[in-house]
Design a protein around this ligand. Structure first.
Ligand SMILES: Nc1ncnc2c1ncn2[C@@H]1O[C@H](COP(=O)(O)OP(=O)(O)O)[C@@H](O)[C@H]1O
Ligand SMILES: [Mg+2]
Length: 253
């Protein structure tokens, strides 16, 4: 089943004197239960694509359907409602609220949807234990590590069982051990909960945890790779090869 379908996406920044077309008619389909990543050189438009697909930003042209609903035509209020109900987010810099505890941060999507307290608590215990952060529930973000913060953000992204989770460089600020912990958890949750995840990354290791990798170049999809029944190591080698054809190694930090 197609979960997200984007057609002829265009995104232009700037004004008529200084225009930059970042997306140039890009088409994309994501199926329910997929864990997909997008790769591409720094400045190729990965974040731009994620932002328009996730309704953080508007397209200049084209259509985006999520669960069959065209989000490009929605008014801001309707879009805000759709976002709360159907979308989950994970950012490189965690976006946790410092004045709330781990548990309070994770419960945020449920408090806006007014989920009954008992159900909210059950959902919290479930997702927090899946992510191995239950014992941190009363701590504040400044009392936990980066890896723990990102697992807290992940719990917040999953707690309301969104249709799709958008993750922009979620391992970008983590050391390699915390990064692989997070990626293992994301891939578990993808399988156990049939959660659909779209992740932007410039890291071939991170991409190798996905089932499909989409490469962006010059505002369009350049090519894509499917993991199939390869091991993660084999898939990693494939990703490296494609990335080198695309234009070498890209450092974004
Ligand atoms: N809000 C913005 N206003 C103007 N230009 C932007 C904006 N966001 C991104 N860009 C430009 O669009 C291009 C793609 O950026 P981005 O999507 O962040 O790339 P990536 O995530 O692949 O590094 C870059 O040249 C960037 O400078
Ligand atoms: Mg980016």
């Amino acid at each position: 089943m197609i979960l997200l379908e984007a057609a002829k996406l265009h995104k232009t920044y700037g004004n008529k004197f200084n225009k930059q077309e970042v997306l140039k008619g890009l088409d994309l389909k994501i199926f329910k239960g997929e864990f997909v990543s997008t790769m591409g050189a720094s400045g190729s438009g990965k974040t731009t694509l994620l932002n328009v697909l996730s309704s953080i930003d508007r397209v200049s042209n084209g259509s985006i359907k999520i669960e069959g609903k065209d989000i490009t035509g929605m008014k801001e209020k309707q879009l805000a409602e759709f976002r709360k109900q159907h979308l989950g987010f994970l950012f490189q810099d965690y976006n946790l609220l410092d004045t709330l505890t781990v548990k309070e941060n994770i419960l945020l999507p449920l408090s806006v949807s007014k989920t009954p307290r008992k159900e909210a608590n059950q959902r919290f215990e479930q997702i927090a234990s899946e992510l191995g952060i239950l014992e941190l529930k009363d701590k504040y973000p400044n009392e936990i590590s980066g890896g723990q913060k990102q697992r807290t953000s992940a719990a917040r992204a999953f707690i309301h069982d969104p249709s799709i989770i958008f993750a922009d460089e979620p391992t970008g600020a983590l050391d390699s051990k915390s990064a692989s912990d997070l990626l293992n958890k994301l891939s578990d949750l993808n399988q156990k909960r049939q959660a659909t995840i779209l992740m932007v990354t410039h890291d071939p290791v991170a991409a190798s945890y996905c089932g499909r990798v989409i490469f962006i170049k010059d505002g369009l999809i350049y090519t894509e790779l499917n993991k199939g029944d390869q091991s993660r190591q084999e898939f990693f080698k494939d990703i490296m090869k494609t990335q080198s054809v695309l234009g070498g190694v890209h450092h974004e930090r």
